[in-house]
Design a protein around this ligand. Structure first.
Ligand SMILES: Nc1nc(=O)c2c([nH]1)NC[C@@H]1CN(c3ccc(C(=O)N[C@@H](CCC(=O)O)C(=O)O)cc3)C=[N+]21
Length: 290
């Protein structure tokens, strides 16, 4: 038996095309394009690649991408001053400060400084609280992209057993919140979980977000399970996920590849959040599903 491949790259391209149509309608009504500011501190090569990809996707969707590059040794106060200026700039609808930040900068202080209504990453505690309590707000891009893929594969998720492996603020916790909102029975596993394989064995849905190459083995899965691999690990043999892909393909029902799975959905959802922010800020009612 071989699982279906979940083509996140193709799905994301469709989402971006729908966003581009709605951006065009927005420009017609608001007289300006949505603006997304991306702040990159330092020279981390992987971060630079992501920022370049985000900028390209933003422009292709018809939005304005404003990139700010600061040196790795920039004082925290200078970064906070830039965030303040972007918060106050009416042409900017979304602000993303690329993580990780250099060690001398406190990520929490910076993320909390972003206006929650421009926080297209959904990392501000106000947006985490909105998500946890069912209020409208920005939802973190990677978990939202995962839910879009899951619904595409499975339809209604209600009543399904879901296991999220990883408890980070940017993926694991919001992923669990979204799956709860979809009426899944949710288990959050992490580095201290005992007998991870038997926890995973029950799951109809497995979301792996641990950052350890190929640690989730195919034989741990329930036959037919849907597997979403959030991991992006650079190894000597190339890019691999957190899931043993070959093993998963022989047991699961459907699996996301790495690359070409969750990553492209993250960027599509970032554009979605930027568009929704612009529509909200200008009082434009967008038409058509995203
Ligand atoms: N404030 C902030 N927000 C983020 O959303 C954020 C961040 N910081 N820091 C870094 C991570 C990582 N991230 C990715 C986005 C797209 C791909 C992506 O498109 N990946 C492709 C290509 C992978 C490759 O070739 O490297 C794929 O998986 O097919 C991957 C990773 C966003 N992040």
């Amino acid at each position: 038996m071989t699982a279906a491949l979940i083509d996140g790259k193709a799905f994301a391209a469709g989402v971006r095309a729908r966003i581009a149509e709605r951006v065009a309608a927005f420009v017609g009504q608001a007289g300006r394009a949505p603006g997304l500011a991306v702040v990159l501190v330092g020279e981390d090569p992987a971060s630079a690649v992501y920022v370049r990809n985000k900028g390209r996707a933003t422009r292709e969707a018809g939005m304005v991408s404003v990139e700010h590059r600061l040196p790795a040794d920039v004082p925290q106060d200078a970064l906070l001053d830039l965030v303040d200026a972007l918060n106050a700039d009416p042409a900017i609808d979304g602000i993303l400060v690329q993580l990780p930040l250099p060690g001398h900068i406190d990520e929490r202080t910076v993320l909390t400084r972003i206006d929650p209504d421009k926080d297209v990453d959904g990392f501000h505690p106000v947006n985490a609280g909105r998500l946890a309590t069912g209020l409208p707000g920005f939802v973190p891009c990677t978990p939202f992209g995962c839910v879009m893929l899951l619904k595409d594969v499975l339809g209604d998720l209600s009543g399904l057993d879901a296991v999220v492996i990883g408890r980070s603020n940017i993926v694991g916790k919001p992923m669990a919140q979204l799956l709860i909102a979809e009426s899944c029975t949710v288990t959050v596993a992490h580095s201290r979980t005992r007998d991870l394989s038997s926890v995973i064995k029950r799951a109809d849905i497995v979301v792996a977000a641990v950052g350890r190459p190929e640690m989730i083995k195919g034989e741990w899965l329930k036959p037919g399970a849907t597997v979403i691999d959030v991991g992006i690990n650079r190894t000597e043999t190339g890019l691999v996920g957190d899931v043993d892909f070959a093993g998963a393909m022989s047991v699961a029902g459907a699996v996301t590849p790495v690359p070409g799975g969750v990553g492209p959905m993250t960027i599509a959802c970032l554009l979605r959040n930027a568009l929704l922010s612009a529509e909200r800020r200008e009082g434009v009612v967008g038409k058509g599903d995203l």
